[in-house]
Structures are given as structure tokens and as C-alpha cells.
Design a protein around this ligand. Structure first.
Ligand SMILES: [Zn+2]
Length: 100
């Protein structure tokens, strides 16, 4: 009956190694979880932040498309490029190419 007991015996060095690996995995999980929580928290209030940071996003093909947050152009689906709000250099910036 006691023949299989010897197989369950684990040598001490390998168990220590195993503990280290488990600790590492737990650490990584905690880091990922923390990053996830922080990401969700920052996502909760985007409206007020966008006003302070004067960065607008526009499409290279459609300058009339201007958003206050990164995303894709609703017309062509291109990724919007960030532009800085210019301080009253003119009511209208001359659009070089007008896409129809
Ligand atoms: Zn576009």
C-alpha cells in the first residue's frame, strides 16, 4: 500500500524554486491588475481633462473633422492626428487642399 508514497515526495530545492515562480506569477498578476484599475479610473473622467489639455485631433484628408479626443475619422476612418490649438492666429486657417 505504501509503494506510491515515494513518488509524492518532493525534494526541497525544487519546491523552493516552485515557490519563487509562484511569487513571480503573483507579482505579475498584481502589476497587471493595478495597471488595469488605473486605466479604468483614468477612463472614467475624460470630458473635463480634454478641456484643459488643448490638443485637438484632425484628419489629414478632412481638415473639417476636428475632435477633442483621439479616434478615427468618421468620413474615411483614418486615424486622427493630434494638432495644437493655435492662439488666435486668424479666425480661419487656410486649408491647402479641399477634398471633395
Ligand atoms: Zn478623413
Amino acid at each position: 500500500m505504501n509503494k506510491q508514497v515515494s513518488q509524492e515526495r518532493t525534494p526541497s530545492p525544487s519546491s523552493g524554486k516552485r515557490l519563487k515562480v509562484v511569487g513571480l506569477v503573483v507579482l505579475v498578476l498584481v502589476l497587471i491588475g493595478g495597471a488595469f484599475v488605473i486605466r479604468q479610473r483614468t477612463r472614467r473622467q475624460p470630458a473635463t481633462v480634454s478641456v484643459e489639455s488643448e490638443v485637438l485631433y484632425t484628419c489629414g484628408m478632412h481638415p473639417q473633422v476636428i475632435q477633442n479626443k483621439p479616434g478615427n475619422c468618421p468620413i474615411c476612418g483614418m486615424k486622427l492626428t493630434p494638432i495644437r490649438k493655435q492662439p488666435a492666429a486668424g479666425s480661419r486657417s487656410p486649408a491647402p487642399v479641399r477634398a471633395r
